[in-house]
Design a protein around this ligand. Structure first.
Ligand code: PGA
Length: 261
């Protein structure tokens, strides 16, 4: 945990909760979570809930993230919502989540264009990268990370990089894929590798300043062990973020870690 940076914790609710349920969950979280200057709590509800939640939340306590967006700003793309439309409504947008890459065939180039569109529209992309179990078993993990990272950042300048977040999410560790609990050691090596790549692309300082989150079956019991991994600046949480006891306990754990440090 780098005390010079905030701890960033993002709740990815995926395709769960209708607007009423989402509002109720926010209400419960609001009762349990305090404003902490050094902890940024971000909620990524469904597209449908973003607008009502933006009116409900205390913006000092919670920020909003979209789970996706379309790279073209406007046009005849039935069913899509562009980053341009999300601009002003959300602070962040998750881009290139493994569910999007795997179920919706998002290629490296699609992710690259979305990253660029988010930045162009003043939304901070949270770029998810991570290898599948098959790729890991075949010894291709590094190559996959390299390709996902370099393509996603292809058109991003060092200046723009300050408004980009990365999330290392090994697909094998995500609860709805293989759900294998990642060892902090494994994470540390991959995060170090990612930072090394960033250093090569953007130099020492920019690489150091970049936020890198860990995601994959993080819960209130193990969040601490992941936040303790050198180079990890926060967590992207799926399943456990739907439970207000667990999610608020994670924020508490992060807060305690910071005050103890
Ligand atoms: P999980 O999901 O915490 O349920 O494993 C993480 C993610 O998919 O972002």
């Amino acid at each position: 945990m780098n005390l010079r940076k905030k701890t960033l914790i993002i709740a990815n609710w995926k395709m769960h909760l209708n607007t009423h349920q989402a509002s109720l969950l926010v209400h419960r979280l609001d009762e349990r979570i305090q404003v902490h200057r050094d902890i940024e709590v971000v909620l990524a509800p469904s597209m449908l809930s973003l607008q009502p939640l933006s009116q409900q939340i205390n913006h000092r306590k919670f920020k909003l993230a979209a789970q996706n967006g379309y790279a073209t700003d406007e046009g005849a793309y039935t069913g899509e919502v562009s980053f341009a439309m999300l601009s002003g409504l959300v602070t962040y947008a998750i881009v290139g989540h493994s569910a999007r890459r795997i179920y919706f065939n998002e290629t490296l180039e699609v992710v690259r264009d979305k990253v660029q569109a988010a930045v162009r529209n003043d939304i901070m992309p949270v770029i998810c990268i991570g290898e599948t179990k098959q790729e890991r078993d075949a010894g291709e993990g590094r190559q996959v990370l390299h390709d996902q990272l370099t393509t996603a950042l292809m058109n991003i300048t060092s200046r723009e990089l300050e408004r980009v977040v990365l999330a290392y999410e090994p697909v094998w560790a995500i609860s709805t894929f293989d759900g294998i609990i990642a060892k902090p050691d494994d994470i540390e090596k991959s995060i170090a590798y990612i930072r090394m790549q960033l250093r090569e692309l953007y130099g020492e300082k920019a690489a150091e300043n970049m936020y890198i989150l860990y995601g994959g079956s993080v819960n209130d019991h193990d969040v601490r062990s992941y936040l303790e991994v050198p180079g990890v600046d926060g967590a992207l949480v799926g399943a456990a973020s739907l439970n207000y006891h667990q999610f608020s306990a994670m924020i508490d754990a992060a807060y305690r870690m910071r005050t103890e440090a």
